[in-house]
Design a protein around this ligand. Structure first.
Ligand code: ATP
Length: 343
């Protein structure tokens, strides 16, 4: 449904080129939710704005539903853009219009008859759970409610594609979850194709079918969500995945942590499991085979797209040679091991 082919975008700033997008290729099948994740300045906003040509690519082709947008005149584009809606981090509602009037706005621009507008807006208000707020002004809504209005307005013209530009970045975690749930429902109910950009892997984990990682203007990795979480290939993708897991070293361990292995001290390990190794009893195998004990201090396991992954903090008790061999065994079995120090 959305296809980007060899997209480059170069800005000129103070006579110097900024290569914001370098040879981007993306294919989003109809009905999918596709996430693009990247750090600040990676090129996410430029990328999503190239999809509806709010930003014209320097070169490359943009297709929506097999129609090449990069060939269209500005006039033709206005018509096509009605089927490509967008929602934003800061909602962009019209403050002088009520909730009902905000949602009606794109239909008024189309000169839709009043009766039809009323029916459509009421249907959308139901869909986003705001039927009671029809006559309220945006100033009197919470952030989550404002985003619901923006979503309803974005759906007014029955778009084929919804672009979400950091749509939950201004919201607290609970509201974020409810907005993502709403987007997922809409995706299922209406078969809407959604492209979203975000800097949060939690967002991707919750709703995306596929994800691409963008770094310094380039797509460095893309995969279905389960595959990405179980077998990420680049360091940057692994960093994003790890950012969804939170393990702190407890204070008393942190205090006694020594950088060298003195007598009577044992390694404190941070283990990263993903994909196949999660389901194998590696720690107990290592304990039996190398005569060591594991004192697990904390652990977090998670699921995304059917894949299990996680991290663990453990003190490995045994002689230096046995712990060394056990660590090697874990590494040989696809577990990432970091020796944080000795306790
Ligand atoms: N209109 C512009 N003129 C010049 N440079 C620009 C313009 N828009 C973006 N850039 C540059 O292009 C690069 C990518 O910017 P972009 O806003 O797409 O990144 P981003 O990943 O969305 O970042 P953030 O998450 O901070 O919004 C940056 O180096 C930015 O400074």
């Amino acid at each position: 449904m959305i296809r980007l082919e060899n997209i480059f975008k170069t800005f000129i700033h103070n006579k110097k080129p900024i290569y914001a997008l370098k040879d981007i290729n993306i294919n989003v099948p109809k009905g999918q939710i596709y996430g693009v994740i990247g750090k600040s300045g990676a090129g996410k906003s430029t990328l999503i704005r190239c999809v509806n040509l709010l930003e014209k690519p320097t070169s490359g082709k943009v297709f929506i539903d097999n129609q090449e947008l990069t060939l269209l005149s500005n006039r033709q584009l206005i018509h096509v853009r009605r089927k490509i809606s967008m929602i934003f981090q800061h909602f962009n509602l019209l403050s002088s219009r009520t909730v009902f009037e905000n949602i009606a706005f794109p239909l008024e621009l189309e000169r839709t008859p009043k009766k039809q507008i009323k029916a459509k807006v009421n249907e959308l208000l139901e869909l986003v759970g705001l039927a009671e707020k029809a006559n309220v002004y945006p100033a009197n809504l919470s952030g989550g409610q404002k985003q619901r209005v923006a979503i309803a307005r974005a759906l007014a013209n029955d778009p084929k594609v919804l672009l979400c530009d950091e749509a939950t970045s201004a919201l607290d975690p609970e509201t974020t979850r409810s907005i993502l749930e709403l987007l997922k429902n809409i995706n299922k109910k209406l078969g809407l194709t959604i492209l979203l950009i975000t800097h949060e892997m939690d967002v991707v984990k919750q709703i995306c079918d596929q994800v691409a990682v963008i770094s310094d203007g380039q797509l460095v990795e893309q995969a279905p969500i389960g595959e990405m979480f179980s077998n990420a290939k680049t360091d940057i993708a692994r960093q994003f995945i790890q950012s969804t897991l939170h393990l702190n070293i407890p204070d008393d361990y942190r205090r006694k942590l020594s950088p060298i292995q003195e007598e009577g001290l044992y390694p404190l390990l941070r283990l990263e499991f993903s994909g196949v190794c999660v389901d194998s009893p590696l720690l107990s195998q290592a304990a039996k085979e190398f005569n060591i004990d594991n004192n697990i201090i904390s652990a977090q396991m998670d699921y995304a797209g059917g894949a299990k992954f996680g991290i663990m903090l453990t003190e490995m008790i045994g002689s230096p040679i046995n712990t060394k061999n056990a660590i090697q065994f874990l590494q040989n079995n696809n577990t990432k091991v970091e020796v944080l120090g000795y306790v």
